[in-house]
Design a protein around this ligand. Structure first.
Ligand SMILES: [Zn+2]
Length: 353
């Protein structure tokens, strides 16, 4: 199958900069599927079933911080396995026979209180009952106790941020919201198979914002239009814009209870995503300044540091790191294009602030 050029480039960007333990999605259009496998915990020797996602894709687009969404199961949800007995967590490779856990860390994990698993989650539970956000938190703790590299920890935090974004973007079915979404189709740019779907949705958000600014909606429509816009921005982690909109909607309280509760959850997920982004930025920066990152991965690490700083509101630092990415030898063309565009965005924010 011929892979459209733009999408191929995006896949390459996402692929090159994944850590060695990560899986990389193959061709677009390939439906991902979940595979169960038996694995042994290197800490407590419990044999348990884990789940991985095989044959994934990025058909639903790639956010500018490299979070790729698949049609079908989302691979990022299934990268981390967790022992249902002691809570030890990590990538599949961390569980293989070669995955040695130092004795002091083993003892720490086995000593009560263990890594905290949700009440009722036992070796008899279905692995899918454990929230991916919990798995990442546990893996981060295990990596910290094992004193794993800053780069490895940065990726765990970044992925944990993506999980918060994805889990935090959902809203319950609502008739008013469905009507606005239907109406919004008028502004949706016509996507072609080679378009990055994340960018198509961001263009839609821009068009809706322009229509709002142009006074196109009645005061009865406005809350639902504002919510649609906030949801689109939240979905792509543009939280500096989404958060104040959600705060306004929480304060004005114009929706049924179920929707209002979901908006609060969406708002809370922004704080959790930000916490992981701040930690990821610290880890990437330490890794870069300590020359811990290979030459091949340096441009992407600099770019991600720009993107993380932009997303958490540090525009000046963001510009500095985009510049570093652009000046890196061997920077990928797609990454260069994105770094240029994102740099301009952050530079505009820097002037505003
Ligand atoms: Zn275990």
């Amino acid at each position: 199958m011929l892979i459209p050029r733009t999408r191929l480039a995006i896949l390459v960007v996402a692929a090159v900069f994944c850590p060695p333990t990560a899986e990389v999605g193959p061709a677009p259009g390939t439906a991902g599927r979940l595979i169960r496998y038996e694995i042994t915990c290197p800490v407590c020797r419990q044999v348990f079933t884990a789940v991985t996602c095989s044959g994934a894709n990025t058909d639903e687009g790639v956010d500018r911080d490299l979070f790729g969404r698949a049609s079908g199961p989302q691979p990022e949800y299934y990268r981390i396995a967790t022992c249902p007995r002691c809570g030890y967590s990590g990538y599949e490779t961390d569980f293989r026979e070669s995955g040695v856990v130092p004795a002091d860390v083993r003892n720490r994990i086995l000593k009560r209180p263990q890594l905290t698993l949700p009440k009722g989650f036992t070796p008899a539970s279905d692995p899918l009952d454990l929230d991916a956000a919990v798995r990442y938190e546990l893996a981060i703790t295990c990596y910290q106790w094992q004193k794993r590299s800053d780069e490895a920890l940065a990726w765990l935090h970044l992925r944990a941020a993506w999980i918060q974004r994805d889990e935090g973007s959902a809203l319950p079915p609502d008739r008013g919201l469905a009507r606005v979404m239907e109406f919004a189709r008028m502004w949706r740019p016509k996507p072609t198979p080679k378009d990055n779907q994340a960018e198509v949705e961001m263009q839609l958000a821009t068009r809706i914002a322009e229509a709002v600014a142009g006074g196109r909606f009645t005061r009865y429509q406005r809350p639902y239009v504002d919510l649609t816009l906030a949801m689109l921005l939240r979905r792509h982690g543009e939280n500096r814009q989404a958060a104040p909109m959600l705060d306004g909607l929480i304060e004005s309280n114009p929706f049924p209870t179920a929707l209002q509760d979901a908006i609060r959850r969406m708002r809370d997920s922004i704080d959790r995503e930000r916490k992981h982004q701040v930690a990821a930025a610290e880890c990437f920066e330490r890794a870069l300044l300590g020359n811990q990152i290979s030459e091949a991965n340096r441009p992407a690490a600099c770019y991600l540091l720009g993107e993380l700083n932009r997303r958490i509101g540090r525009d000046r630092e963001a510009v500095r790191w985009y510049d570093q990415a652009l000046e890196s030898p061997g920077v990928d063309e797609q990454l260069k294009t994105w770094a240029d565009q994102q740099r301009a965005w952050a530079a505009a924010g820097e002037v505003e602030n």
